[in-house]
Ligand binder design. Structure first.
Ligand code: TRP
Length: 371
């Protein structure tokens, strides 16, 4: 990972070449045969699968073999609370919600509230405690089933997690995490240990149930390294290796790479007002349009690099509508201002509903916390 694009859990920078990463990370592309196999159970294919937003996996065929034998899996994903949630964060979670509904399975959602405390110079544990609540509201707002969803907060659940984490930690060397995450001798020892904590929820439900339960982890590709180094360890400890589904990143407004919560202009937060959304898209969203209206009408724009269009591929579920926008922008019939307006309206329609649910979620946290 020394070439132009950087993809680690702490940094995603540059033009991400996803097919190259599949090779580098040693994962499998999600092909049509796998899509068909998933569809047998879900009856429909989520747009994120059809559009290759989820594009890669580990061991999905094994997971479905087990499922077909009646060995149900649980879902696991998470969020390190460190700031406000933006649209990019929601992508794997919305898809996870769909999987929960379609397969009728449990979800374990981790809030590693120590992670960013360890990795970021100025973040305190009081800050991450506050962000745990704020971020949990966004997760709950997506409509997860409270009877089938369990939140793990690392500093709260340390009592059950630590015992498992040390077993993982004992089998991963410093030289492995050094090479995987680019650590050096100045890295604090909490950061070096952290991967062990992120591994635990992938088998903790098996520990609690006293029998092995398959696990499926939907995640952004940047989170894969934690599991690349810990999956074998889980097997050595006597548990199943978790299966994984990888998604690509929602681009930031201004640059390539991913939306980043720490660069305000590149991100649309779930709590943004309609005016803020309009301003950010109009002012910052990188455009694939031409310099003048005349040129645009004549030569057409480039939707493939246009950020407003890219956002619509994450939010507009109707394939036909999306295709028409693509074609019209390419032909020049649709102008950049008009495309941005479609995108702004779509985001604001989504956020209006999300913000209403998010308010209601504030009373529900306790229902989701694992007890
Ligand atoms: N490390 C993730 C983050 O930075 C949070 C996380 C914890 C996670 N467990 C996970 C993400 C499992 C995906 C899958 O937000």
């Amino acid at each position: 990972m020394t070439e132009k694009a950087t993809v680690t859990p702490w940094e995603v920078k540059g033009d991400v070449d996803y097919s190259k990463l599949i090779k580098e990370f040693g994962t499998q592309p999600i092909d049509d045969a796998l899509l068909e196999r998933i569809k047998k159970h879900t009856k429909e294919i989520h747009p994120y699968l059809a559009r290759k937003i989820f594009f890669s996996h580990r061991d999905m065929n094994w997971l479905l073999d087990e499922y077909e034998k009646g060995n149900k899996f649980f879902l696991y994903t998470g969020r390190a609370p460190s700031g406000p949630v933006h649209l990019g964060h929601l992508v794997p979670w919305m898809f996870t919600k769909w999987l929960q509904d379609k397969f009728d399975v449990e979800l374990w959602f981790q809030f590693p509230d120590e992670e960013k405390f360890l990795f970021k110079e100025n973040l305190t544990l009081d800050d991450t405690a506050k962000w745990t609540m704020e971020n949990a509201y966004d997760v709950i707002a997506l409509g997860f089933n409270p009877k089938k969803t369990k939140f793990l907060v690392d500093t709260k659940h340390a009592g059950i997690m630590y015992k498992e984490a040390v077993k993982v930690a004992k089998k991963i060397t410093f030289s492995t995490v050094k090479a995987t995450f680019g650590f050096d001798n100045s890295t604090n020892i909490g950061s070096i240990f952290y991967t062990a904590m992120q591994a635990v929820p992938a088998f903790l439900p098996s520990v609690i149930a006293g029998k092995n339960i398959p696990c499926l982890i939907p995640l952004g590709l940047d989170q894969d390294p934690h599991f690349r180094v810990s999956r074998d360890v889980m097997q050595k400890l006597g548990y199943y290796k978790p299966a994984i589904l990888h998604c690509r990143f929602l681009p930031g407004l201004t640059e390539s790479g991913k939306m980043s919560a720490s660069i305000a202009e590149t991100a649309i937060y779930t709590t943004d007002s309609p005016e803020a959304v309009a301003k950010k898209i109009n002012k910052y969203a990188f455009s694939g349009g031409r310099d003048t209206v005349e040129e645009h009408r004549k030569h057409g724009g480039n939707p493939d690099i246009d950020v407003a269009y890219q956002y619509l591929t994450f939010l507009e579920e109707d394939d036909k509508k999306l295709k028409k926008i693509y074609d019209d922008y390419k032909s020049g019939a649709l102008l950049t201002g008009e495309l941005k307006k479609i995108c702004i309206d779509k985001i604001n329609e989504f956020l209006a509903k999300h913000q209403k649910e998010r308010e209601k979620a504030k009373k529900q946290f306790d229902k989701f916390l694992y007890k």
